[in-house]
Design a protein around this ligand. Structure first.
Ligand code: PLP
Length: 381
């Protein structure tokens, strides 16, 4: 039949109306029919980021938006502090080192949750121009308390930079209320678009604190100036911007708080289903972890066999463990254009393949546990 299911925490499935917009005839990036789309996208991105700051848009993946932050904020030799508890904290660290920063790392084991008091203590020992955080560490499923971490960084007078690549549009990221100077994200996760757009919400303080590292394509000031008159400094990926316009319209129509509520309930469903199978969660069993659910495979079963089994048997793509967790955990994605049946489909297929691989799991209960957990609207969003 050729029906394929994409259940990874990025890229994620794209709604048909977004695909239709991406597939429409290409517009010129300075033409009168594109400019209102561009303007609306920039305004809607500010809504999703909950900010009055400029949100700078780049033709790049999320890592390009990372690089914009590093290239604009860093001067060689300057002290910076990364809070790292997984693959994407390590990416900040590697990129800052590549740009010549003097990098300190508040390091946690993969799967641990960063703590604001640890950050406070570290900043008492050593200054940092900026603290570099990951909101949703997609490699582990842990969502950090960015509000508390940002407050600790602010007390020490540091700028706060947040990787919200997998969390923006799935869980609250209150850029202005939490004092986040830079928030970076990409189009291919909870924003329900194909990969190819990176964005950075940048505060006036961050714009005023630019460093001396070389940069051109990702220069914030050049991009900000261009955006101010809708005169992009480069040829934008217009088709993706048209798709993002439709996707952000869908988010606005559902309502951002309702979207957050749905993600909390999807996370609950995934965790309830995995536990009903008798599996052990790797990511925390709490509502904050509403982006991706990481689950340990039963003893003696390699997650790679499970992931390959789902792909070969059912054309279902889920994520293996990342880096050192490869083979040990599998990850159920539930951000963006997901409903509860996308979660139950994953669980039902995992159940079948694990049973075939000889796992001693409890059969026939995961789907109903997930549906039951999804049922009730939250009040915490
Ligand atoms: N940060 C997080 C938390 C991610 O999940 C990802 C992608 O998986 C990235 C950064 C990197 O983004 P990209 O692959 O779009 O460059």
């Amino acid at each position: 039949m050729g029906k394929r299911y994409l259940f990874t925490p990025g890229p994620t499935p794209v709604p048909p109306e977004v695909l239709a917009a991406v597939g429409a005839p290409v517009l010129h990036h300075r033409s009168p029919d594109f400019l209102p789309v561009y303007e609306r996208v920039l305004a809607r991105l500010r809504d999703v980021c909950r900010t009055e700051n400029d949100v700078l848009l780049f033709g790049s993946s999320g890592t390009g938006a990372f690089e914009s932050a590093v290239a604009n904020l860093v001067s060689p030799g300057e002290p910076h502090l990364v809070v790292s508890a997984g693959a994407f904290g390590e990416r900040w660290e590697a990129m800052l080192a590549a740009f010549g920063a003097d990098v300190d790392v508040l390091r946690y084991a993969w799967g641990e949750t960063p703590d604001a008091d640890d950050l406070r203590a570290r900043l008492r020992e050593r200054d940092a121009k900026a603290v570099w955080l990951v909101q949703s560490e997609t490699s582990t499923g842990v969502v950090a308390d960015v509000r508390a971490l940002a407050a600790a960084a602010k007390e020490a007078g540091a700028l706060v930079v947040v990787d919200a690549v997998s969390s923006l549009g799935a869980i609250p990221c209150e850029t202005d209320a939490w004092g986040l100077d830079v928030v970076v994200a990409g189009s291919q996760k909870a924003l329900m678009c194909p990969p190819g757009l990176g964005l950075a919400a940048v505060s006036p303080a961050a714009l005023a604190a630019t460093g001396s590292a070389p940069r051109f394509y990702f220069d914030w000031e050049r991009t900000r100036k261009g955006q101010a008159t809708l005169d992009a400094p480069v040829t934008l990926p217009v088709s993706l911007v048209c798709g993002l316009d439709v996707a952000l319209g869908l988010i606005a129509e559902e309502g951002l708080d309702a979207v957050f509520d749905r993600h909390i309930r999807l996370g609950r469903a995934a965790r309830a289903g995995a536990k009903a199978l008798g599996l052990e969660l790797f990511s925390p069993d709490d509502d904050r972890s509403a982006v991706v659910t990481a689950v340990r495979t039963p003893d003696g079963i390699d997650a790679t066999e499970l992931v390959v089994g789902l792909r070969d048997r059912f054309d279902i793509t889920i994520a293996n463990g990342h880096g050192p967790l490869k083979g040990k955990v599998f990850r159920l994605g539930h951000i963006g254009w997901f409903d509860v049946f996308d979660v139950t489909t994953q669980l039902a297929a995992v159940e079948i393949v694990l049973a075939e691989l000889g796992a001693g799991i409890e059969r026939g209960v995961a789907v109903s546990a997930a549906l039951e957990a999804y049922e009730h609207s939250t009040t915490t969003a």
